[in-house]
Design a protein around this ligand. Structure first.
Ligand SMILES: Nc1ncnc2c1ncn2[C@@H]1O[C@H](COP(=O)(O)OP(=O)(O)OP(=O)(O)O)[C@@H](O)[C@H]1O
Ligand SMILES: [Mg+2]
Length: 270
């Protein structure tokens, strides 16, 4: 039987619509809508743990509030939160009639921390990625932040799930890197900057924390130069930070420390 040749159908097939590249575009749209009355959203990060990110975030927020700004603070360290502790916040977060979280108030700052959402100070918040994602995204899109000049987001260390979530779903104006001056901290600060760059988050600049005899001086400035971003100044290793945070108050209630933070804020120039 002769082979029947069938002409190839050259009619172009309908092309699938281009897919959205951000897998969390839906959540991001909700966050953008909910934070439409927030003028600037700034994350505080560093790859290394214990370098003073939360101390900086809390005092940065408090110094802005003392300066008359409307400020919010999100503790995005959902499994080991500490902003609430440093601000002496002991109550529980409530929801309003529309089931939106109502940020708490401490030292003139609106605050949301998982530390005020769980029972018992020492209970372990054992959670996998999806639960952390839910908690972080709800603090961003399901909370009644109202009008704010600044929303500061304190990120946990590392380049994993939680910082990634914030960088993908929050419309960040930028990220400030806080680091100690010594080599082991700087390596992780660079990782943090490179993560932000890859995710399209502007790195606003670098702050050196715990500067002085113990950890050294100048390393953060060199890192900022290497990254071609501004250096915003240094904050000394000073026991008053620990003393005030143990007392549940920001160290910037001390005039000298406030002056130091004011210089950094001026350098940031937001
Ligand atoms: N400039 C400083 N001088 C003295 N102590 C400081 C200073 N900055 C932070 N600390 C203290 O260092 C400890 C760690 O600070 P903090 O919790 O802010 O670090 P972190 O980077 O947020 O840690 P983590 O990575 O666990 O989130 C705290 O006890 C804090 O009081
Ligand atoms: Mg912290």
């Amino acid at each position: 039987m002769p082979i029947e040749l069938v002409a190839e159908n050259r009619t172009p097939k309908p092309q699938p619509k281009p897919q959205n590249v951000n897998p969390f575009a839906q959540q991001r749209a909700l966050v953008e809508k909910n934070l439409s009355q927030v003028k600037k959203i700034v994350a505080i990060h560093s790859g290394k743990g214990g370098v003073g990110k939360t101390t900086f975030a809390v005092n940065f927020a408090a110094a802005l509030a003392i300066g008359g700004k409307k400020v919010g603070l999100i503790d995005a360290d959902v499994d080991c939160p500490s902003c609430h502790k440093m601000l002496g916040l002991t109550g529980r977060v409530m929801a309003d009639a529309n089931q939106r979280l109502v940020p708490m108030n401490a030292h003139g700052i609106k605050v949301l921390s998982v530390g005020n959402m769980v029972e018992g100070e020492n209970s372990a918040n054992i959670m996998r990625g999806p639960i952390m994602f839910k908690l972080i995204s709800e603090m961003l899109y399901k909370a009644n932040w109202g009008e704010l000049d600044f929303l500061i987001i304190d990120l946990p260390p590392g380049t994993g799930d939680n910082p990634l979530t914030i960088m993908q779903i929050a419309p960040l104006d930028g990220m400030i890197i806080v680091t100690q001056p010594q080599g082991v901290a700087l390596v992780d600060a660079m990782k943090s900057a490179n993560m932000a760059k890859r995710l399209g988050v502007p790195v606003l600049g670098v702050v050196e924390n715990m500067s002085g005899e113990v950890f050294g001086e100048g390393g953060a400035k060199n890192a900022a130069n290497e990254l071609s971003v501004p250096f915003f100044g240094s904050i000394p290793l000073d026991k008053r930070f620990r003393e005030h945070s143990e007392a549940g108050e920001p160290a910037v209630i001390d005039k000298e420390i406030f002056a130091r933070f004011s210089k950094v804020i001026q350098a940031i120039g937001l």
